[in-house]
Design a binder for this molecule. Sequence first.
Ligand code: COA
Length: 452
Amino acid sequence: MMALSEVLNEKFDELVGNCMRSGAIDLNLYQEYDVKRGLRDSNGKGVLTGLTEISDVNGFRVVNGVKEPADGQLYYQGYDVKSVVGSGLKKRFAFEEATYLLLFGSLPTKEQLKTFVEILSSLQELSGQFVRDVIMKAPSANLMNGLQKSVLTLYSYDSNPDDISVANVLRQSLQLVAKLPLIAVYNYHAYRHFHFFDSLVIKPAKPEYSTAENILHMLRPDGQFTELEARVLDAALVLHAEHGGGNNSTFTNHVVTSSGTDTYSAVAASIASLKGPRHGGANLKVQQMIRDLHEHCGKTPDEEAVRAYLQKILRGEAFDGSGLIYGMGHAVYTLSDPREVVLKDFAGKLAKAKGMEEEFALYNTVEKVAADLLMSRSHVVKPVCANVDFYSGLTYTMLGIPEELFTPLFAISRISGWSAHRLEELVNKGKIIRPAYKYVGHHREYPNNEQE
Ligand code: COA
């Protein structure tokens, strides 16, 4: 992008100042009109805007009629997510099974899962034309933008893109579940090739592989991976697949779907939302934050050094100045995020296999100290725990997955939840989502001296 000239720069600064003044609304007005900022009530609880049978997200329990913080629980179509992930190290196709469950409401039989995997495998291709004309053109440094562009452009390759019947949207959804891993990995290769002159190797997916196995196969130059590596990635995909209707990207999907638009537009909007650092982009931020901690406090900082660093973050004096400790806190969960608990367990196993126990221990310390510090703040009204993003970046790093792919991996997985919610919205013929904004400006007379 061209920079503005010096003179125009000054004028532009003036416009920025005007913009800031014009956009600033008196905070007291929000209270006066009882505005549900961020669609939350005064206790931070989300405003009830819909009903769903897809998943249940709980951070509290009721004891003798009193609501109290509890260990987090997450159910996919009524099944505890921990059981859906499974604890054994041999399980394969857990993500495909979870996707089937989310879309169709029941666990597949062995035969149904086999057929479902075959259907996905048959859709797991991208034409050379699409790879050349869409993915290879203008690759973005942030792959989430590349993902959005690619998904939006799939519209042009679909002979029936605007039909929002359940059958057609299901077809499009399955195509997206199958193709997103390829789109993400190929976008990464294109980015590395055109920005850093790395060799460009585009490998097709293997029909006999699971989604997790294919990601590792297509990403790695030698295409090799261990059973444990594939199992851990498969588990991570299950854990990120769905999280109720209120999370930002899924709610975005409901909003956009409710206008009657096409699948590609709705999914591209969800990807845009997921990119944000307060949502899916947090996994990347955690990784960068820990790197910054290493730079400032050394390779193996003790608990006191970690505490001092995190205090600086909270004062907005360290890392990105946002005052946020990434990977901590959640809108619903209080004592724990069940996804984090499961992923931490897998991350521990992987750390052992990779000889990265020291780094894993550092994450444990950051998690503990950060929770202490956040809970001790006066305005925090509920317990704060680590969320799923806290260990996902470390897990991906141990799998040799580059940072650029952290948030795209979230999208590869969450496409299952977005699709289930889009279909639920369509099946239930929801009303167009249209909340209200109160006007708090003044009406004015347009000046008489019309300019030529
Ligand atoms: N670092 C610093 N402050 C935090 C925090 C964190 N990780 N998590 C929560 N807080 C603060 C909030 O900013 C809020 O302060 P405020 O009242 O001055 O705005 C207060 O604690 C209470 O927050 P709470 O109601 O528990 O959470 P929320 O719903 O407002 O925010 C998140 C939830 C996830 C957006 C928030 O915890 C966050 O930004 N975390 C870091 C980013 C992240 O990891 N995102 C991934 C989510 S899965």
